[in-house]
Design a protein around this ligand. Structure first.
Ligand code: C5P
Length: 301
């Protein structure tokens, strides 16, 4: 798989007192076309993905052995720590580089689980980035990209965590430069969706790819182009979870909403706005009307 260098770390080299922090940003599929199906059952995609500055937070400290503690609003929705993709990432990295040290990891789970915005993949990618720093591994070593690809189809893109177009099963990445800024509202109706079930109910598996990305002069050029694209997983997800239709309808009705669509295999949906001020007003209004939904105001940049 093609690799994109992970973002440069924003913190100085670790000293043993301060934890190393990495964000596991939400992954938002602005467009997602399913273009085929491989012999192994995985689907081929063509998708435009952004990583808004909101997500799970991972801290790592030196430790004996590997341990994981979880906190945050969605901690209770995770299974046992041993099964967590974060621990699988840590174990794989330790083995591949024959690291003799351990690490104590703490994850603040701020993204809803099984919700189409890549939470588990983002956490695994954050663990690879954070532990590479703690253990002083070369972030560009191809073994890290290989571990990412083995952990899940979305982990390589989350490792890059920057605007990109992905093909293959989501693992062939090309960076997308100069996307215009936009306000973004993310909504999850607190319904978990199992990704394999959505792929299984897909009726058409051979859809055309996205086509060439034009240069986007401004936000409305981006939303005009997005309106010519789709998320092919949206209709099978609507069949499984009809509440997604309510979410999309609510997002479309918000003042200033330019485009509303589902991300990944759902159930999270997003709306794009001209700027963050518009998105903030819209998110506030929606939160008052739907206190039962998870609503997050953020941005594309
Ligand atoms: O790779 P990951 O474990 O995240 O994928 C979860 C499931 O989603 C796969 O087992 C497969 O059923 C489905 N999937 C797919 N095609 C993709 C990505 C995921 O069919 N490109």
């Amino acid at each position: 798989p093609a690799a994109i260098d992970p973002p440069a770390s924003r913190e100085p080299a670790p000293d043993s007192a301060a934890p190393i922090r990495e964000e596991g940003r939400a992954k938002v599929n602005l467009a997602l076309h399913v273009t085929g199906r491989r012999a192994d059952g995985y689907h081929e995609l063509d998708t435009l993905v952004v990583f808004p500055p909101f997500g799970d937070l991972l801290e790592v400290r030196p430790g004996a052995g590997l341990s994981l503690s979880v906190s945050g609003p969605f901690a209770a929705d995770l299974g046992p720590a041993d099964d967590n993709l974060v621990m699988r990432a840590a174990t794989a990295l330790q083995a591949a580089f024959q690291v003799q040290h351990g690490a104590a990891l703490s994850l603040e789970k701020r993204l809803p689980v099984a919700s189409g915005i890549g939470g588990g993949s983002a956490d695994a990618a954050a663990a690879l980035r954070a532990l590479s720093r703690l253990w002083r591994l070369d972030a560009r070593d191809p073994r890290i990209a290989e571990i990412a690809a083995r952990l899940g189809a979305d982990v390589p893109m989350c490792l890059a965590s920057r605007p990109l177009r992905a093909s293959g099963i989501g693992d062939v990445l090309s960076p997308v430069a100069n996307l215009p800024a936009a306000g973004l509202v993310l909504v999850n109706p607190r319904v978990a969706v199992a990704t394999p079930a959505i792929f299984k109910t897909l009726k058409t598996r051979e859809n055309p790819p996205l086509g060439d990305l034009p240069g986007f002069a401004n936000t409305s050029a981006l939303t005009d182009w997005l309106a010519t694209t789709r998320n092919d997983l949206q209709s099978p997800a609507l069949e499984t979870s009809p509440v997604i239709a309510d979410v999309l309808e609510a997002l479309e009705a918000l003042p200033g909403s330019l485009l509303a669509r589902m991300s990944g295999s759902g159930a999270s949906c997003f709306a794009l706005f001209a700027d963050t001020t518009m998105a903030k007003a819209a998110a506030g209004a929606l939160a008052a009307a739907r206190p039962d939904w998870w609503i997050c105001q953020t941005e594309v940049r």
